[in-house]
Design a protein around this ligand. Sequence first.
Ligand code: AMP
Ligand code: ZN
Ligand code: FE
Ligand code: FE
Length: 277
Amino acid sequence: MTADLHSHSTRSDGTLEPAAVVELAAAAGLSALALTDHDTTAGWDEAAAACGRVGVAFVPGIELSTEIDERSVHILGYWPAADDPALVAECARLRDERADRAAKTVDKLAALGVAIELERVRAIAAGAPIGRPHVARAMVEAGAVPDLKAAFDRYLADGAAAYVPKHALAPATGVALIVAAGGAAVLAHPGLSTRDAPVTEALVDELAAVGLAGVEVDHPGHDDETAACWRQIAHTRGLLVTGGSDFHGAAKDVALGACTTAAATLAALEERREGSW
Ligand code: AMP
Ligand code: ZN
Ligand code: FE
Ligand code: FE
């Protein structure tokens, strides 16, 4: 009985529809799936209906963009109320911010000699909040880079030549927003941002003080040593240890269910929610 608590669909920057992600979850033998699209709950209804059809428990989730010093820090929120006014407002603000940022990124790329059309990026996003993977796909299509990884490594990764930060909430404010919306908050892939390493033990303490429930220790981007280090950090603070694949369909070379969370941990996570929705 295992759950994958981190996945993306076409409602953000994944390449599969929510129902198709659910079908993969069933095929992988998962007992539960969280859809955690970036800054939106738009895929929940479709994913929940599909989960009902295939007998997988649905965990409504979101991956909220926050930042420290213009570097991304992601907060996973589970079971927040989709109609919570503060959460809805922040998601709307982030969507606008992402639209502006896409335009700025296209300008920066042009100045670097990489010509892509903003309209094409918008078309690839197809109404979802625009993310860097959408820009990367337009770059591959235009023949500017051989693949998505090269687009990030050369241009789009945090701090790279065409990187444009999102103006987002501080991580502690993001955690508080999820908690106030009745959700459980988990720090996503803390070991992933090696370039400037904005995620520190001190940040974990700060987040724990505002109600952080867990740390996503098991993530495909963490090597064994990184995972062991964060497992220890979580354990010493009484935080739950979760796992998820961060599945993005064809946008990333990772299978759904590549990292998982034990059913007992998922139950404990649900118990840590404050309030109800
Ligand atoms: P954004 O929400 O626009 O900041 O983009 C975040 C998404 O871009 C993440 O969820 C990843 O899917 C992808 N991403 C971020 N950094 C990298 C990287 N260095 N290499 C590949 N994909 C990345
Ligand atoms: Zn993503
Ligand atoms: Fe993330
Ligand atoms: Fe993610």
